[in-house]
Design a protein around this ligand. Structure first.
Ligand code: 0CN
Ligand code: SF4
Length: 336
């Protein structure tokens, strides 16, 4: 598992912004945070599809797991559906960043839908691994959260070869056909530490367990966890901006607590911050999940400033520059 190189984790004690109310109060702002390359691409895919085809267009599941993003797109004419059979014959449907199983592609084709696939290329990479190891007749242990769309899509590539391992506590239930031919793969948005613990336990049972050819937990998930770990020991409170169904966002709360934050909460919007959380607090850490627009973080920072937290110090542990090109049929103009 690769680790990001710390760039600026020197955290200084703050004297506050000057007023009595703000003395000693400061915010540590995690960098990187927020949108990853796959989310940026997926959201732009929907926006460009709307421009090209006109409203309404359909999106299967939430394009990314963020309430604000979904509500904003809905206002622009997107109809979110659970399954392709809710989409009228021949209409445009976008598949979400989390990926879909081949069965979903087939049912869309059977209804003559015009599909645009916003699956993150890093999820597609895990699909390819699942297909390849299934072809070689491995038992594939897919570490991930039961019911999450991404694991449903990945497992659907090779349902006869994949079994889901939902964390360390599920390891004892695993059975394999041939212990010398077992590989683990994973969902892209898990806790790195918890996944390593799951793998450690799996390897106790299956000593020749093979590792994936490259990290399945994606760079964005890893980088956001490294940044929150760097600031958490200094924090009385870590506020993570993100939605409850966003796996990577929820993981940031767990990582913050495990790394020493005294308290940590997940909020979609600044208005959800309970003022009591700020009682007696001097250092607040802020981060956001990979599906979270920066405007929502801005809202939390503005609210904190009103409460005397005007001193904002970045905690930078990586620089991200990755950009994914749009699906081919939308690649008419250059991206920002
Ligand atoms: O919040 P997301 O939409 O999804 P999960 O963290 O729940 O997987 O973030 C984008 C991740 C992907 C794929
Ligand atoms: Fe892709 Fe990772 Fe972002 Fe998911 S979190 S969309 S896998 S880059």
């Amino acid at each position: 598992m690769s680790t990001a190189i710390p760039l600026n984790v020197g955290i200084t004690r703050s004297a506050g912004a000057g007023t009595t109310e703000s003395v000693g109060k400061r915010v540590l702002l995690a960098e990187p945070r927020g949108y990853c390359a796959g989310v940026d691409r997926a959201v732009e895919t929907v926006e460009k599809s709307l421009e090209k085809h006109g409203a309404p267009i359909y999106v299967r599941k939430e394009i990314v797991h963020n309430r604000h993003v979904v509500e904003t797109l809905r206002e622009q004419g997107v109809i979110f559906v659970d399954e392709t059979d809710e989409v009228p014959e021949g209409a445009v449907v976008v598949f979400s960043a989390h990926g879909v199983s081949p069965a979903v592609h087939e049912s869309a084709a059977a209804r003559n839908l015009h599909t645009i696939d916003a699956t993150c290329p890093l999820v597609t990479k895990v699909h390819q691994e699942a297909k390849r190891f299934a072809r070689d007749d491995y038992d594939i242990l897919l570490i991930g959260h039961e019911g999450h769309e991404e694991v449903e899509g990945t497992a659907g590539e090779a349902p006869d070869h994949v079994q889901l391992v939902d964390g360390p506590a599920s390891v004892d239930k695993v059975t394999v056909r041939d212990e010398s031919k077992v590989i683990w793969l994973s969902q892209t948005t898990l806790s790195v530490d918890e996944t390593m613990e799951t793998v450690r336990r799996l390897r106790e049972r299956f000593p020749t367990l093979q590792d994936p050819p490259s990290d399945d937990i994606c760079y964005a998930t890893q980088n956001r966890q490294v940044a929150v770990k760097a600031m958490a020991p200094e924090c009385d409170l870590v506020i993570v901006v993100g939605s409850r169904n966003s796996s990577n966002s929820v993981r940031l709360v767990e990582v913050a607590l495990n790394a020493g934050a005294k308290a940590s909460y997940l909020v979609d919007y600044a208005r959800e911050v309970d003022q009591a959380w700020l009682d007696g607090v001097s250092t607040v850490g802020i981060t956001s999940g990979a599906s979270v627009p920066e405007i929502l973080v801005r809202g939390v920072l503005d609210m904190l400033e009103e409460h005397g937290f005007a001193d904002v110090q970045p905690v930078t542990t990586a620089n991200e520059t990755l950009v994914f090109s749009l699906p081919r049929e939308l690649r008419t103009t250059t991206r920002r």
